[in-house]
Design a protein around this ligand. Structure first.
Ligand code: ATP
Ligand code: MG
Length: 448
């Protein structure tokens, strides 16, 4: 089915990769943004507590008798306590002289992060000018704190954000699988509806399709319309040609017959008989071609009707009885009652006539042809004869166009009868099966 078609990747894979790739990028972006934002907020929290601590120390500084005195408020360090017992350092300078604290603590202006005693610390520095009776001095206070609690909080937040990002990615992947499936679905439906068609069905795709597929379906429909048109033209041509050949052939045949009556010399009579036979061959072929063209055309637009299959066969048997009588063949119709079906009467008649015609042609004289109609388990007509049966090695190919068996030598025919019967069965959703009976004779089963 797909041979000869060049494949360029898969829409499903492309869609899935785009969607899951997009989801992965989004998940990573989400992780980075949320983590940075959380880090910023946590840092702001630490900074504001450090600033409050610095301010409270600065506020406690006074000049008494010309000397700077600082009465450390208890709260200035206790507010910095953390669950991780982060270490706190401080340094207080009067102008450039260390008054108290760690002299090696880096002096910065404002807030900064520096390494101190082997770990990163956050420092906040602020200063204040004190004015006494005859003194004017600048007090500068730095408070620093390690960041163990902060990095603990940050890694907790990172873990949670990572989990959230992974969950988001999993959900987006599921969604993308679902989205891919629903996007591909209409394409699949179209493929199924085109694949399921019968070989003769060239009707346009009628089911609604998504907007993006409209140009494709429109081209498909127009292609099928053109194909149908050109098929019909060639069928018409065959029918017209067959018709044009048949009429003059009938005239030639009647002249040949008339001449045969008047000719006495045996070799001339032999020549005329061969001529008549050739004319019969040609006119049978023209007739079968005409029927075949008609059936091919009608198979697309079956003119269905409720009809009794037994009735239809009874009529056929009646019409073929004169032919059967010429060979002393008994045409025997068996049915338990009417078998009502919905089908195209002209096509069915044509198909069944061809099958009975075969039995009459290939069965020997003074034999019985049984035509059995059944409604259960499925509607079928079985035609059995007492002839030689189908040549077993050729049986599979006999329904092909213009295919004739070895046993047909010397019998007039064109090899289209079984093709016609099979096409009619297929147009009605049925089958045609050929077999040989164990006791000899051919059995053809026409099921609907
Ligand atoms: N009842 C039968 N018994 C034995 N052989 C048969 C029978 N029916 C068909 N066949 C074989 O199948 C072949 C194909 O049959 P088909 O009806 O298609 O063509 P045909 O009878 O040769 O020509 P026509 O188109 O005129 O019917 C025949 O040529 C014959 O060999
Ligand atoms: Mg035939």
């Amino acid at each position: 089915m797909t041979e000869g078609v060049q494949v360029s990747g898969s829409l499903r894979t492309r869609l899935a990769i785009t969607l899951t790739g997009g989801a992965a990028v989004l998940a990573v972006l989400l992780f980075i943004v949320v983590r940075n934002y959380a880090a910023q907020i946590a840092q702001q929290g630490q900074d504001s507590i450090l600033s409050a601590s610095v301010t409270s120390i600065l506020d406690a500084a006074v000049i008494r008798d010309g000397v700077v005195e600082i009465d450390f408020p208890y709260a200035s360090f206790s507010m910095l306590s953390t669950p991780m017992d982060d270490r706190i350092f401080y340094a207080i300078y009067q102008d450039d002289t260390l008054l108290s604290g760690y002299g090696d603590l880096p002096r910065t202006s404002g807030t900064a992060t520096r390494a101190y005693q082997g770990s990163p610390v956050r420092l906040v520095t602020a200063s204040r000018v004190l004015i006494g009776a005859n003194v004017r001095t600048r007090i500068s206070v730095t408070v620093a704190q390690t960041q163990d609690a902060l990095s603990g909080t940050l890694s907790r937040i990172s873990r949670n954000v990572a989990l959230f990002g992974a969950g988001f990615f999993a959900l987006a992947t599921l969604l993308s699988i679902w989205a891919t499936a629903t996007t591909i679905e209409p394409l699949k439906r179209l493929t199924t509806s085109v694949t399921r068609r019968g070989p003769q069905d060239l009707s346009p795709v009628a089911k609604p399709v998504p907007l993006e597929m409209v140009p494709l379906v429109a081209s498909l429909n127009s292609l099928m319309a053109r194909l149908g048109q050109s098929l019909k033209q060639s069928e018409d041509f065959i029918a017209e040609a067959a018709h044009r050949v048949r009429t003059p052939l009938a005239t030639v045949r009647s002249y040949a017959e008339a001449t045969l009556q008047r000719v006495d010399r045996e070799e001339n009579r032999q020549a005329l008989r061969s001529m008549i036979r050739a004319i019969d061959e040609s006119s049978r072929a023209a007739g079968q071609l005409l029927d075949h063209a008609m059936i091919t055309f009608r198979a697309d637009h079956l003119e269905r009707d409720d009809l009794d299959l037994v009735d239809l066969l009874r009529e056929l048997v009646l019409r073929l009885t004169p032919v059967a009588e010429m060979k002393d063949i008994d045409l025997h119709l068996q049915a338990d009652g009417p078998v009502i079906i919905n089908g195209d009467p002209i096509l069915l008649q044509n198909a069944l006539r061809n099958l009975i015609d075969n039995a009459l042609k290939y069965a020997p004289g003074e034999s019985v042809i049984t035509i059995r109609v059944d409604a259960q388990p499925r509607v079928q007509v079985e035609i059995r004869d007492q002839g030689p049966g189908f040549p077993p090695d050729e049986i599979d190919g006999l329904t092909g166009r213009f295919s004739r068996g070895r046993n047909a030598a010397g019998t007039i025919g064109s090899g289209l009868g079984l093709t016609i019967a099979q096409d009619v069965a297929a147009a009605h959703g049925g089958t045609l099966a050929l077999s040989n009976l164990p006791e000899g004779g051919a059995c053809v089963t026409f099921s609907l």
